[in-house]
Design a protein. Structure first.
Length: 443
C-alpha cells in the first residue's frame, strides 16, 4: 500500500512539474511575440505571393528573347461550282482519251509549323526585362515594409497590454484604499464622530472607483484581444507576457536618427526603384523610334488527305525562311506623345521621392520629440507618485486622529491615483515612442 502511494505521489509530482513548465512557456516575451506574428501574418503571406508573381513576370520577359514556335492545322472545303469551273481538258496516255481535270481540290488539309526569332527590337525586350527585374526588387522591399509595420503593431499591442494591466492595478489599489478608508468612516459614523454626508461621500467615491476598475479590466481584455489578433490566435485565448515596461535612456541625437532613416527606410528604397522604373519606361517608349528585325522559319504541308498523305509524284511540302524588317515611321507624333507622357511620369516619381523624404523626416522628428517628452514626464511623474503617496499617508493618519476631514483623504487618494496613472502612461509612452522611432528610422 505504501509503495502504491509513493508511485502515485511520484506521478503527481512529475505531472505538476510538467504543468509548471507548460505554464512558464506560455509567458511570451516581446521577441517571441514578434516571431509568432511574422510566421502567421496573412499580410506577409500576401507580400510573398506578390514577390512570386513578379519573379514569374521577369521569367516571362526573359522568354521573349527566345524563338517562338507555333503550329496550326487547317481544313478548307471549296464549293463544287468553283472546283468545276477551274477544270481543263487533259489527254491520258497511252489512249490519249480526253479527261477533265481540276487544279483545285474540294477538300484541302494544311499543316504549318512556324519559328519566329526577334533579332532587333530597338532594345525593347532588354528594357522590358530590366523593368520586370525592378518589379521583383520593389516587391521584396514592400515585404520589408510590411514586416516593419507588423513589428511596430506588435510592439504597440504588447506595451498596450502592459499599460492596461498597470492601470488596472492602479484602479485595484484605489478600490482597496477606499475600502479601508470606508471602514474607518463607517466606524466614525457609528460612534457619531462624523456626519452622514461624510460617509456618503466616501461611498460615492467607492462606487466611482469600482466603475473605473471595471473600465480598466475591460481595457485589458481589449488590449489582449488586439494582441491575439496580430498573432493570429483566438481572440479569447489567455495572454501572459513578460513585463518589460521600464525606462531605458536613449542617447541618439535627432540628426543621427534622420540619417539612419535616410539610409534604411524601405519606403525611400521603394520610391527610388519607382524612379528607376519610370526612367526605363522613357527608354521603352523611345524604342518605338527604331525598326524591328525578325527571322521567321516556316514549314507547310498541304494535301487533300485528312492524314496529310500524298500521291506519287506530288510534293506537298514547302519550306520558307524569311527575314522581316518593319519600321513604322509616321504616326502623327504618337511616339513623341508617348515619350512625353513617360517623362512626365518620371518627373512625378521624382517629386514623390522628395515628398516621401520630407514626410519621413517629419515622422522621425515627431517620434523623437515624443520620446524625449516621455522621458521628462517619467522623471516628473515618478517624483509626483512619491509625493502623492506621502500626502495620502499623512492625510489618512490625520483623519484617524480627527485632525483632517474625509474630503482631505479622498482628495489625497484622487491625487495619488492620478499620479500613478500619469507615471504608467509616461512609461508606456516612452516604450511605444521608442518603437515608433525605430520604425521611423527603418530599423
Amino acid at each position: 500500500m505504501t509503495r502504491k502511494i509513493s508511485i502515485f505521489v511520484g506521478i503527481l509530482f512529475f505531472l505538476l512539474l510538467g504543468f509548471s513548465k507548460i505554464s512558464a512557456s506560455e509567458v511570451l516575451t516581446l521577441e517571441e511575440s514578434i516571431k509568432i506574428s511574422l510566421e502567421k501574418s496573412l499580410s506577409i503571406y500576401s507580400a510573398e505571393e506578390e514577390i512570386k508573381a513578379k519573379e514569374f513576370e521577369e521569367l516571362s520577359s526573359r522568354a521573349d528573347f527566345l524563338p517562338k514556335l507555333s503550329t496550326s492545322y487547317t481544313y478548307t472545303r471549296l464549293d463544287n461550282d468553283t472546283v468545276n469551273d477551274a477544270k481543263y481538258t487533259s489527254y491520258q496516255y497511252p489512249s490519249f482519251s480526253p479527261r477533265e481535270v481540276s487544279p483545285l481540290d474540294t477538300n484541302t488539309y494544311q499543316f504549318n509549323i512556324t519559328a519566329t526569332q526577334p533579332l532587333f527590337t530597338g532594345w525593347r525586350l532588354t528594357i522590358s526585362r530590366e523593368i520586370a527585374s525592378l518589379g521583383v526588387d520593389t516587391a521584396k522591399i514592400q515585404k520589408e515594409t510590411t514586416i516593419q509595420d507588423l513589428v511596430l503593431n506588435v510592439k504597440e499591442a504588447y506595451f498596450g497590454i502592459l499599460k492596461a494591466e498597470k492601470l488596472e492595478n492602479v484602479a485595484k489599489q484605489a478600490v482597496e484604499q477606499l475600502k479601508a478608508n470606508l471602514g474607518v468612516s463607517q466606524a466614525f459614523y457609528d460612534e457619531g464622530i462624523i456626519a452622514k454626508n461624510a460617509l456618503l461621500q466616501t461611498e460615492v467615491q467607492m462606487a466611482q472607483a469600482r466603475q473605473n476598475l471595471i473600465k480598466a479590466t475591460n481595457a485589458v481584455e481589449i488590449a489582449k484581444s488586439l494582441f491575439n489578433k496580430l498573432l493570429r490566435r483566438g481572440l479569447n485565448k489567455e495572454v501572459k507576457i513578460k513585463d518589460i515596461l521600464d525606462y531605458h535612456p536613449i542617447r541618439l541625437l535627432l540628426d543621427q536618427c534622420m540619417e539612419k532613416a535616410e539610409q534604411n527606410r524601405p519606403e525611400i528604397k521603394e520610391v527610388s526603384l519607382n524612379v528607376m522604373s519610370a526612367e526605363k519606361a522613357v527608354d521603352l517608349n523611345k524604342s518605338s523610334y527604331y525598326p524591328s528585325v525578325t527571322l521567321i522559319g516556316n514549314y507547310q504541308r498541304e494535301t487533300n488527305d485528312i492524314l496529310l498523305g500524298s500521291g506519287p509524284g506530288e510534293d506537298p511540302d514547302i519550306w520558307t525562311i524569311t527575314l522581316k524588317g518593319e519600321w513604322t515611321f509616321w504616326e502623327w507624333r504618337k511616339k513623341g506623345h508617348d515619350v512625353a507622357a513617360a517623362r512626365a511620369k518620371l518627373a512625378k516619381a521624382n517629386y514623390l521621392l522628395k515628398e516621401i523624404k520630407d514626410n519621413i523626416q517629419l515622422e522621425v522628428k515627431g517620434a523623437y520629440l515624443s520620446l524625449r517628452e516621455a522621458e521628462k514626464n517619467i522623471q516628473v511623474a515618478k517624483k509626483a507618485v512619491v509625493q502623492a503617496e506621502e500626502n495620502f499617508r499623512m492625510n489618512e493618519e490625520r483623519y484617524k486622529q480627527q485632525v483632517a476631514t474625509p474630503t482631505d483623504v479622498l482628495d489625497a487618494l484622487t491625487l495619488l491615483t492620478q499620479a500613478r496613472t500619469n507615471y504608467f502612461n509616461a512609461l508606456s509612452e516612452h516604450n511605444i515612442s521608442w518603437a515608433r522611432l525605430e520604425r521611423a528610422m527603418g530599423i
